[in-house]
Design a protein around this ligand. Structure first.
Ligand SMILES: [Zn+2]
Length: 338
């Protein structure tokens, strides 16, 4: 089969490698789509993995073989990733106590889905209902990140919210905040194409923070108070500070973006308002089922977010393009079997 292999910093090469075989508890899947995640771009450009790795963790596909212990899937079923077993009372990924997203977050034990075929533990997969296409299902993982963030944000009915960064996570956060009862969702991004999509997905107003003073605009729109809640989904140099400044007295900032470089922070501007900041990372196992249900009930739109569907052979080019500052892409999805 063909797979996109990480060779070194900034280089993916598509090569022919032997087809994987499922172990007793695994399924073999013919990959339909694998969406390119911002975290893959980080791993690629910071070289945070060893040569030979196959990335890709946002996928969907069709089961073509099952291990002898697998009961939940049969050949022909469509499947996508999930969080695995839901243990009541302890629904949390098994991270070590000093987990660091930089040092540990990018180690991957299994070959991923930038390939024609992949194996996966059957318990880490869920079936795709017929209302959901394979293409949509490849976006369940980033949707679940936004679902997790909005669920732990303590959002309340009527809250005025701001999303900073209209990439895939930001645009899903925007939709989830609306579903959770936000009365206003304002979106900020420096890219006009992304802002257009945010409007299409229901943003009340959008802002380019290089053209207007975002903090002033939000304060003016909220009767001089500031927003109730901000979602920092950009990870750009000024955006954390903007988020902390634009929330109201006692307001809350959720930080999901993983900035790999130093960012601006001037606490004297916001400490006096006793604002809260909360980091969020990944997802709880049970939240995958929430994402699946939201998609199944057509409460989440994915189509306007998909900028491009490419073949495996175009993946190196796509990574380079996605890393180019000012590019117009939002979500790029790899069609792994053309
Ligand atoms: Zn991802």
């Amino acid at each position: 089969m063909k797979a996109a292999i990480f060779k070194e910093k900034n280089l993916l090469v598509v090569e022919d490698i032997p087809d994987p075989k499922p172990k007793d508890d695994e399924i073999l899947m013919k990959v339909s789509y694998c969406a390119i995640c911002g975290s893959d771009l980080h791993r690629y450009c910071y070289g945070m993995m060893s040569g030979g790795t196959i990335m890709g963790h946002e996928y969907s596909g069709v089961v073509v073989d099952v291990g002898k212990n697998v009961k939940a899937f049969k050949v022909g079923d469509r499947g996508t990733r999930c969080g695995g077993k839901i243990t009541p009372g302890r629904d949390f990924p098994n991270f070590p106590p000093r987990y660091s997203a930089k040092e540990r977050g990018f180690l991957s034990s299994k070959p991923g889905a930038y390939a024609q075929y992949m194996t996966a533990a059957a318990e880490m997969m869920m079936k795709i209902p017929e209302e959901i296409t394979d293409l949509e299902a490849s976006l369940i993982e980033p949707l679940t990140v936004a679902v997790h963030m909005v669920r732990i944000s303590n959002i309340r009915l009527g809250d005025k919210t701001v999303v900073l960064g209209a990439g895939p996570i930001g645009l899903f956060a925007q939709q989830c905040a609306s579903l959770a009862g936000a009365s206003k969702v304002y979106v900020s991004d420096i890219n006009p194409t992304r802002l257009k999509v945010a409007l299409k997905l229901g943003a009340h107003q959008v802002f380019d923070p290089t053209k207007v003073d975002l903090v002033k605009e939000i304060v003016a729109l909220t009767d001089g108070l500031g927003a109730d809640l901000a979602f920092e989904c950009a990870g750009a140099k000024p955006t954390l500070q903007q988020a902390l400044e634009l929330v109201k007295m006692g307001g809350r900032v959720m930080v999901v973006s993983l900035a790999w470089e130093q960012v601006d922070c001037l606490p004297v501007e916001w400490v006096g308002r006793e604002v809260e900041m909360k980091a969020c990372y990944g997802h709880l196992n049970s939240e995958w089922l929430i994402s699946l249900a939201l998609m199944q009930e057509k409460k989440i739109q994915t189509k306007p977010m998909i900028s491009k569907i490419i073949g495996l052979s175009e993946i190196q080019e796509a990574f380079q393009e996605l890393l180019r500052p000012g590019n117009d892409l939002i979500q790029v999805v790899v069609q792994c079997n053309e």
